[in-house]
Design a protein around this ligand. Structure first.
Ligand code: GAR
Length: 232
């Protein structure tokens, strides 16, 4: 067995340690469930995770339909993806609301109207209030670009760089009142390379997000269909 900085040989398989990522739980596979689950996606940004949810549905990896994309920001690029893939969308601009509660209630009304079963915060840059959290208990999940419980809140990737950690990653978790602290569903670890810029690191984290978010959706959807609750 030979080991240097980059390569590691085991059972004749060569791993490039600098490129290796780890997803856990390892045995998740892609959980299967019936019937199709109705998703509501909340987004504020580029919508790359939204697009990967769409792709995993198109590839038959996820037995779901997206009932609605809700964005809080009219300039959000996720809208162009909704148009491209012909997914219904609505802009509920928080700047037009008097309070967080008013905004939350409008979001919830739309989700309820469409009988959404599972809500995905896919780059939703707003804290949601208790009404939505309680209304969608065990049915509201978020993706965050760090290995929670490290680096909660805003700019998690920069927080990891500033702390000079050597491994970071991404987490899908249930949403509860305290920000970024609900039960963890799935995580992926991503090594930070010496030469990484924030952008190169963000790209590798997002590549993993695009894998784990559809898996997490399938896992939670299966829980919903079987009545199993893993959100403690
Ligand atoms: C994702 O990296 C997601 O983890 C992050 O926003 C990005 C949205 O990208 N979410 C948070 O930071 C939430 N605290 P996308 O719009 O391309 O999916």
């Amino acid at each position: 067995m030979e080991q240097d900085n980059k390569k590691y040989m085991e059972n004749n398989i060569s791993y490039d340690l600098n490129e290796q990522s780890l997803i856990s739980p390892l045995d998740l596979g892609s959980p299967l469930f019936e019937p199709k689950i109705r998703l509501g996606v909340l987004a504020s940004g580029n919508g790359s995770n939204f697009e990967y949810i769409i792709k995993s549905i198109q590839n038959n990896q996820l037995n779901a339909e997206i009932s609605i994309l809700i964005v809080n920001n009219p300039g959000c690029l996720a809208i162009s993806k909704a148009i491209k893939y012909k997914i219904p969308y609505v802009i509920i601009n928080h700047r037009d609301c008097q309070s967080r509660l008013e905004h939350d209630m409008l979001v919830m009304k739309k989700l309820d109207e469409l009988s959404v079963e599972l809500v995905i915060m896919a780059g939703w840059m707003r804290i949601v209030g208790e009404e939505i959290i309680n209304g969608y208990k065990n049915r509201l999940i978020n993706i965050h670009p760090s290995l929670l419980p490290s680096f909660k809140g805003v700019d998690a990737i920069q927080q990891a760089i500033d702390k000079r950690v050597t491994i970071t990653g991404c987490t899908v978790h249930y949403v509860q009142k305290e920000v970024d602290s609900g039960s963890i569903i799935i995580q992926a670890a991503v090594p930070i390379k010496e030469q990484d810029s924030k952008e190169t690191l963000k790209k590798r984290i997002q590549d993993m997000e695009h894998i784990i978010l559809p898996l997490a959706i399938a896992k939670v959807a299966k829980n919903i269909r079987t009545g199993f609750k893993d959100n403690k």
